[in-house]
Design a protein around this ligand. Sequence first.
Ligand code: ZN
Length: 244
Amino acid sequence: MRIAVLSDIHSNLIALDAVLAHAGRVDAVWHLGDIVGYGPDPDGVVARLADVGAIGVRGNHDAAAVGGREIDSFNREARLAMEWTRAHISSTTHDWLDALPQVRTEGEMTLVHGSPLDPTWEYVTDERSARENIAALPTPHGLHGHTHVPIAWFGRADDPGARVQGEVTIDGDVRGIAGRRAFLNPGSVGQPRDGDPRASYLILDPGSGTASWHRVEYDIDAVAAAMTAAGLPARLAERLSFGV
Ligand code: ZN
């Protein structure tokens, strides 16, 4: 079984399509939220995800898009893009986003945007928060997004409170998850922030107990042009080509 795990697509349909094409035949598509925000094609992204039967959770941008107060904590560019998103999404997109749960359990995996302790907002970027959140997982393993940086956190299966180890993952990395507690971040499809502008995602294979990370090139110029044409903030378009 192969499951494509996608996060932080951020209304970037061209990146999403490149990732789906790269993943090829998969048995399921899971997403970890922030479907919309920043990018130019929220309706197209939601339609594609609905089309492939993707299941997942809501992120802070998704919550803001359907009217949530999350928008109050956004920086200027994110807020402008969110106001644009609110004004442009269809009622179908609105209702699809509004129906997303904050947490989802699939077999041995818990899916969240931020963390099990704070599904909407917590950025798990250090070993301390990773350890606390691995201990809080209701399942052996977890998947999270929100930071836009691909990483694998590993704890001990026999001692959930023990020290954890964070392993930065790059294109082609494969990690075994059997026999330990894994808390995995696929990175961002639509707005990577680890200095590599290529779209990032992971493939989970529960049968063999492995996760593999992948980076995919896409037409960044076309997305930036669509953002400019839509009147979205220029800095959001520029950052795509730097991957920050
Ligand atoms: Zn995000």
